[in-house]
Write a protein that binds this ligand. Structure first.
Ligand code: SF4
Length: 367
């Protein structure tokens, strides 16, 4: 396949890689310490965002003086694409572009076009998607679709304009995000998914209004339990509204029926309205941890590999990438070795954690 460079990794190197850090080649997709494959790569293309959502980038910490990464520290589009190709050789089949706010990265359709050209070893295209706060989507949906983006997820935490402006903390109007969602649907980036982070006492009163708004629209609305991401969002367990409570609340208005997961390692528990008005999802990292099937890795804006959303440290890849002595096989061995030593299951252990090591911030590795 033109432009597609096969990465060959002998089996003996894989097992040896577990023991010996100096090996440069592996065979077959690596499995981690819990036999989880590497299937889903989230790529943060910028650590910047134009919102200051309290559960991710609270203004008190991410204020005017906050120092974001200088451009030279960001991976270039060519570097991201080369790394993505190496990850595909290790089993990745889904790429999600994230941030910060990815649509702030200039010329993003160029990167999308490069990633859309990648193929699996079997010659199939990858599942290429993106998560955005929707603020810039109305203008960018069509160019992203034209470049090869297949699907999109929009974060929207309330329909009430005052609640939404308070939650994004930059006084951004909800109407512009709704216009972005409509533009994404018109551009064929569907089914568009909308993610709502539900916080007790902050926006949980908006749940039924959100469900009513998106019922019958073709949009898949997902409710996310408030999580203790990073180290600055003031998370407390009693601010979490467990998904099962939400399912019961919605069932009281609209009967639901459970759906099967659509892919291995899927984070959302899927439900459908019994009357055919569409699908809902519940992402319950706190009350129903899903670490057992977690096949996700995250590439930070400056080229570090994180194997958990709640990780403390990432494996540096950028300097290896920029060292001409390192081939794609060398990079694959480095990543494969790291994945094989992975034993993350933070959400399973969350409430029994005794050590409070500082966690990576979500704006740096994507949600
Ligand atoms: S807590 Fe970490 S290991 Fe568990 S599902 Fe989330 S990212 Fe995966």
């Amino acid at each position: 396949m033109a432009g597609m460079q096969e990465v060959h990794i002998p089996l003996s190197a894989l097992t040896a890689a577990r023991r010996s850090p100096t090996l440069t080649s592996l065979a077959g997709p690596p499995l981690d310490a819990f036999q989880r494959p590497l299937r889903d790569l989230r790529i943060s293309v910028t650590d910047r965002c134009n919102f200051r959502c309290g559960y991710c980038m609270p203004k008190e910490h991410f204020g005017p003086g906050y120092r974001f990464l200088p451009h030279a520290d960001l991976l270039s589009f060519e570097e991201i694409t080369r790394l993505a190709r190496v990850f595909v050789g290790l089993g990745v089949r889904k790429l999600r572009l994230t941030g910060g706010e990815p649509l702030l990265r200039r010329d993003l359709p160029k990167l999308v076009a490069q990633l859309a050209a990648l193929r699996t070893p079997e010659g199939a295209p990858l599942d290429l998607t993106l998560t955005t706060n929707g603020s810039l989507l109305a203008k960018q949906a069509q160019p992203l679709a034209d470049a090869g983006l297949q699907r999109i997820t929009v974060s929207l935490d309330a329909l009430d304009d005052a609640v939404f402006r308070r939650m994004n903390d930059v006084d951004f109007p909800v109407a512009d995000v709704l216009a972005g969602i409509a533009a994404a649907q018109a551009a064929g980036l569907g089914p568009v998914k909308v993610n709502m982070v539900v916080q007790r006492g902050v926006n949980d009163h908006e749940v039924e209004a959100m469900a009513a708004h998106f019922r019958g629209s073709g949009v898949v609305l997902r409710f996310i339990e408030f999580m203790d991401v990073g180290s600055h969002n003031g998370w407390k367990l009693d601010h979490v509204l467990p998904s099962r409570e939400l399912v019961e609340r919605i069932q009281r208005r609209w009967p639901l029926r459970a759906l099967e997961a659509s892919a291995p390692g899927e984070t959302a528990e899927r439900w459908a309205y019994a009357d055919g008005a569409g699908e809902l999802g519940f992402i319950s990292s706190v009350s129903q941890a899903f670490c057992g099937t977690c096949n996700r890795a995250r590439l930070s804006t400056d080229g570090r590999l994180y194997t958990c959303l709640f990780g403390h440290q990432g494996l540096p890849l950028r300097e290896h990438l920029r060292d001409p002595a390192n081939s794609d096989s060398d990079l694959a061995a480095r990543i494969g070795r790291h994945w094989m030593q992975r034993s993350d299951r933070y959400s399973v252990l969350r409430l029994s954690q005794t050590e409070a090591l500082p966690k990576v911030e979500m704006h740096f590795i994507g949600g």
